[in-house]
Design a protein around this ligand. Structure first.
Ligand SMILES: [Zn+2]
Ligand SMILES: [Zn+2]
Length: 353
């Protein structure tokens, strides 16, 4: 049921993208105007072949599926995010909602730009105690001492029933997600916790859209573990059609990468893979080897069509090209986004380097 879209290798990347977009569109012009788009457009990443897009460490994607326009994450730098949104001609004023996967700045820094265009937009974010998306607690959480004079007591001894703690974006329309929730028919936010040192208890949301061809899964950084996230998605529908986003294997060993690839391909039978962001170069290579033409290149600026039977362009060569690889490396080095180099240096007594 999946058609091969093998283009001649001499075609440029842009031409290939256009070709595939054409395939995803309905056949008649009249229907095309009425039909909502069905695609994922990568708006922020540290690799890509679209000269109009700026590269930087971080992630954002516009997910157009099931008649909804969903902005998933907002990148690492407000100005770069704004430039990329403009370069793609994307209108942020008519989004259905925004999803912020987690509280790391390489996924949130463009939110202030989104709010400048669309201040009332609904934003789903993870619920975390005293988190920057805001939170609240019943005032019964703290111990009272009635023997104290009022001026020594919190709220003069008369606390509000619910104590509210502010968000970093004060007037934004946040809806905080505590546990896995279907927020619209067929559209589920998976809420999972990280259990690794450095991000322990970090809550992350992933977007699972149940289409007639299986689940389309969009992940931000996969701090809870890509395997755990996919397992949670299979509870919605065991058929996983596509995963796009960051798999957080940027510094993983070959053994860990091999295990993850096997789990995705053989255990969960994930059909197509469009890795980006913190997936990591050796993982790009391992996934490309394992998936062949079901590995969908998803650099910044790429649109992955989600029309029936089409999930993107196929078989166009390496997972990542040489000049692209150089930029990805440079950005990953500069940011050291997971503190991994620092930790390694400390371990090996080379912290002075
Ligand atoms: Zn992160
Ligand atoms: Zn990240």
């Amino acid at each position: 049921m999946i058609r091969s879209l093998l283009p001649p290798s001499s075609l440029t990347m842009t031409a290939i993208t256009l070709l595939c977009l054409g395939v995803a569109l309905p056949a008649t012009g009249a229907a095309a105007a009425a039909e909502p788009k069905s695609q994922i457009t990568i708006l922020y990443d540290a690799f890509g072949t679209d000269a109009a897009m700026k590269k930087d460490w971080g992630f954002s994607a516009l997910v157009e599926v099931a008649g909804k326009r969903i902005l998933f994450d907002t990148g690492n730098d407000r100005d770069i995010f704004a430039a990329n949104v403009r370069a793609k001609g994307i209108d942020l004023s008519n989004l259905d909602f925004v999803v912020l996967s987690h509280r790391h700045s390489d996924h949130m820094a463009g939110l202030s730009y989104v709010l400048s265009v669309n201040p009332k937009v609904k934003i789903y974010a993870p619920r975390e105690g005293f988190g920057i998306f805001g939170s609240s607690l019943p005032s019964s959480f703290y111990r009272k001492d009635e023997s104290l004079p009022p001026q020594m007591r919190y709220y003069d001894g008369k606390p509000p029933e619910v104590m509210k703690f502010g968000a970093a974006w004060q007037r934004a329309n946040f809806e905080l997600i505590d546990k896995t929730t279907e927020i619209a028919p067929g559209i589920t936010l998976l809420a999972l916790l990280s259990d690794v040192p450095g991000t322990r208890e970090l809550k992350e949301l992933s977007l699972a859209v149940n289409t007639s061809d299986g689940v389309v899964l969009v992940v931000g950084c996969s701090h809870p573990g890509i395997e755990k996230i996919v397992e949670a998605a299979t509870a919605i529908n065991p058929k996983i059609r596509l995963i796009a986003g960051g798999f957080h294997l940027v510094a993983a060993t070959d053994e860990v990468i091999a295990k993850a690839v096997t789990t995705l391909k053989d255990t969960f039978k994930v059909e197509n893979i469009a890795p980006g962001h913190c997936t990591g170069e050796p993982t790009f290579a391992a996934l490309k080897r394992a998936y062949g033409d079901r590995y969908l290149y998803a650099g910044v600026g790429t649109s992955l069509p989600l029309g029936p039977g089409t999930v993107g362009r196929r078989g166009e060569g390496p997972a990542i090209q040489e000049d692209d690889l150089a930029t990805y490396r440079k950005l990953a080095q500069r940011e050291d986004p997971f503190g991994i180099r620092k930790a390694r240096n400390l371990r090996s007594g080379l912290s002075h380097l």
